[in-house]
Design a protein around this ligand. Sequence first.
Ligand code: APR
Length: 313
Amino acid sequence: MSAKKITVVGAGHVGATCSQLLSQKELAREVVLVDIAEGIPQGKGLDQWESAPIEGFDARVYGANDYESCEGSEIFIVTAGIARKPGMSRDDLLKTNAGVIRSVTNEIKRVAPDSIIIMVTNPLDVMAQVALETSGFPRERVIGMAGVLDTARYRSFIALELDVSIEDIQALVLGGHGDTMVPLASYTSVSGIPLTQLLAQDRIDALVERTRKGGGEIVSYLKTGSAYYAPAAASVQMAEAIVKDKRRILPCAAWLQGEYGFHDLYLGVPCMLGENGLERIVEVELDEEERAALATSAEHVTSTVSALEALQS
Ligand code: APR
């Protein structure tokens, strides 16, 4: 199962890595890389296509500056914007990226009104809301990528700590991206064994803290950019679940309409992804502490939305 066409908007680090993974996994017949920078998407697209004979994939990958090439795309992975620099908070990116997302979304709506948008640009909970409002798409077709990345980071650290296969580690992370994420200890297990039986609480707390700061850790190493291998892998996993109608349950940012007690905001929750995009939101039991942490996370998203509204008024 594969799509006819998937477009990645933004041919930077995250976007180009997404198109490479989409092509190598043959998730679409055509993979289009779009960017405002002249020559960049064309050059990266052609370079990736030239790897096809070696990697053995038939997905036609190419770049463009216009949106005519993306007409009829089933999925758009949106990574356009500016990336976080050292010392810059996610919220600093707010105004610039909101403008970018508005213009990108208008183009998506024009050339592919039935498509599904996977929002990656940060601050992504808010950028997903900008895309939802600009497009007028139903919530099923505008989903944010965050939880899959946060969960992957958490799982990768647990695997290192216990020196076990990452294949056996299951975890669930809710809430906003990064600093306010809410890892659910009771839903984390290694081959079904609760993590709490394998690791002392202070070690679990340390891994949670490292996960929360996972994006910043990469930024502090790279200095001139932010993470892209894991963010791209997470975005492509979501696209794969949709294209193959896998009905996987993955933590994603979804527009809540009463779920978990919240209305009209994007927050990371377990989502079933299938051919229609967001098939349904799964509500899990939370203890008091987890509910309070989720509320803090929601407040952070709401205050960022208010900050954006203030910047624009
Ligand atoms: N339309 C299309 N592309 C755009 C637009 C636009 N209006 N504005 C900027 N871009 C492109 C830039 O030209 C650049 O190539 O978006 C790309 C962003 O790439 P990078 O700067 O390399 O950023 P990257 O590391 O890929 O991160 C992109 O993903 O994880 C998030 O926080 C990250 O918001 C950031 C996004």
